[in-house]
Design a protein around this ligand. Structure first.
Ligand code: PLP
Length: 347
């Protein structure tokens, strides 16, 4: 009810704002150490709305490893609206610099990336963007780290994007997204776009997300402990040919991860002898690790990105190895998880 024409009590229409969404947005902003957060119906809704900041003819430099859905949105949808994309290895700042053009308006990165767990230097990339006369916006998809492990705005990024479906929600029972920022003008534009495009979360989803956030720190600590133990076990296993985990000394950006992250998170990728066929036998024989898409929940999941989450990058420069296995290591007992993998690898 409004007191008078145009005089509402803070909430006039539930797409524009809702008290439970406001509570969630305030909590998300505080977790990222930011001034503003905006909630969305999914991670993809948050990403799509962020891209409305751009216009025809604008160019985006993006990392050469990313969630398949992001790549699909960029190359199969937004490219039809006159946006141009260059995917490059952002671990190399020279290459990143070389990819920038006079019409580059955005640098888009995930770190750690999905599914190859590359670590990009957020502060270095932000410094590069700041030197450009066109000052491209630096956007970090912080889904894999969560704000407990990494705060990109403090490292110089302009926008943080989350699929809150993952670690922030934490229980695989809600789909959501968020965009988080300090800049007042970006907030004004994105709040307008949030309402204008309307991809907002319902209050019940906002409430579930808020409930998940209360245990974020506890969960992330346990995910990290378990993932490191699992990664070390895999590294020593004779059938495993490659383990990718930023917490291992063998990870090419291990030092950078130590610098910009509190801990290394719950995602581990690996390959086994025998390629895709052998990998398929592993992912279909675990009992605790459930064969499933998604990640970041309390329960452990296993999948093969090339055939599942990253089908949309098949045949593209972002194609992932056919036999790659991705684990979302949950918060169960460490020894149970290791025994489950040992059993599946022994088959
Ligand atoms: N960003 C990353 C890194 C993801 O892994 C995902 C989904 O897996 C998304 C964005 C998209 O989020 P949602 O599934 O909530 O739309």
């Amino acid at each position: 009810m409004q007191d008078d024409l145009g005089q509402h009590k803070g909430y006039e229409y539930a797409r524009t704002g809702n008290p439970t969404r406001t509570a969630m947005e305030q909590c998300l902003a505080e977790l990222e150490g930011a001034r503003y957060a905006l909630g969305f119906a999914s991670g993809m809704a948050a990403i799509a709305t962020t891209m409305y900041l751009l216009k025809q003819g604008d160019h985006v430099v993006a990392g050469d490893d990313a969630y398949g859905g992001t790549y699909r949105l960029f190359t199969r949808v937004l490219s039809q609206y006159g946006l141009e994309f260059t995917f490059t290895d952002l671990t190399d700042l020279q290459k990143t610099k070389a990819a920038l053009r006079p019409n580059t308006r955005m640098i888009w990165l995930e770190t750690p990336t999905n599914p190859l767990l590359k670590i990009f230097d957020i502060a270095g990339i932000a410094r590069l963007a700041a030197q450009m006369p066109t000052r491209p916006i630096v956007v970090v998809d912080n889904t894999f780290a969560s704000p407990y492990l990494q705060q990109p705005l403090a490292l110089g990024a302009d926008l943080v994007v989350h699929s809150t479906t993952k670690y922030i929600g934490g229980h695989s029972d809600v789909i959501g997204g968020a965009v988080i920022m300090n800049d007042e003008e970006l907030h004004r534009r994105l709040k307008f776009l949030q309402n204008a495009a309307g991809a907002v979360p319902g209050p019940h989803d906002a409430w579930l997300t808020l409930r998940g956030m209360k245990t974020l720190a506890l969960r992330m600590d346990q995910h990290g402990r378990n993932a490191l133990a699992v990664a070390r076990f895999l590294e020593d296993h004779p059938q495993v040919t490659r383990v990718i985990y930023p917490g291992l000394e063998s990870h090419p950006q291990h030092e950078l991860a130590q610098k910009q992250m509190r801990n290394f998170g719950g995602m581990v990728s690996f390959e086994v002898q025998g390629g895709a066929e052998a990998a398929r036998a592993v992912v279909t024989h675990t009992r605790l690790f459930a064969l499933a898409e998604s990640l970041g929940g309390v329960e452990s999941l296993i999948e093969m990105p090339a055939a599942m989450t990253h089908l949309s990058v098949q045949g593209s420069p972002l194609e992932v190895p056919a036999g790659l296995i991705r684990l979302s290591v949950g918060i169960e007992d460490e020894q149970d998880l290791i025994e489950d993998l040992a059993m599946a690898l022994a088959r």
